[in-house]
Write a protein that binds this ligand. Structure first.
Ligand SMILES: [Zn+2]
Length: 82
């Protein structure tokens, strides 16, 4: 992969800080990861995928978070191993 022409995996904007996401989706990803800890405290058996599904269903999370959550779920289904 060349460094100079990376684009966001979701919206195809030019990537600046993160390898796969533009600043908007990268910030959403950070929030998703940060909030997962809080959610895990609230729902004992919550796993990552269930958490993402909750995010997608809850429109209060905003479009960026929903798009990132959808992307992450798709990635998981295709067998990526993070
Ligand atoms: Zn993006």
């Amino acid at each position: 992969m060349k460094k100079n022409n990376k684009i966001c995996a979701i919206c195809k904007r030019k990537v600046e800080k993160h390898d796969n996401f533009c600043n908007y989706h990268f910030l959403a990803l950070l929030n998703i990861e940060k909030n997962f800890q809080t959610w895990k405290d609230a729902y004992e058996n919550l796993n990552w995928k269930e958490y993402l599904e909750k995010l997608i269903k809850n429109e209060e999370n905003g479009i960026w978070v929903q798009e990132v959550a959808k992307y992450l779920i798709t990635e998981k289904m295709e067998g990526s191993n993070v």
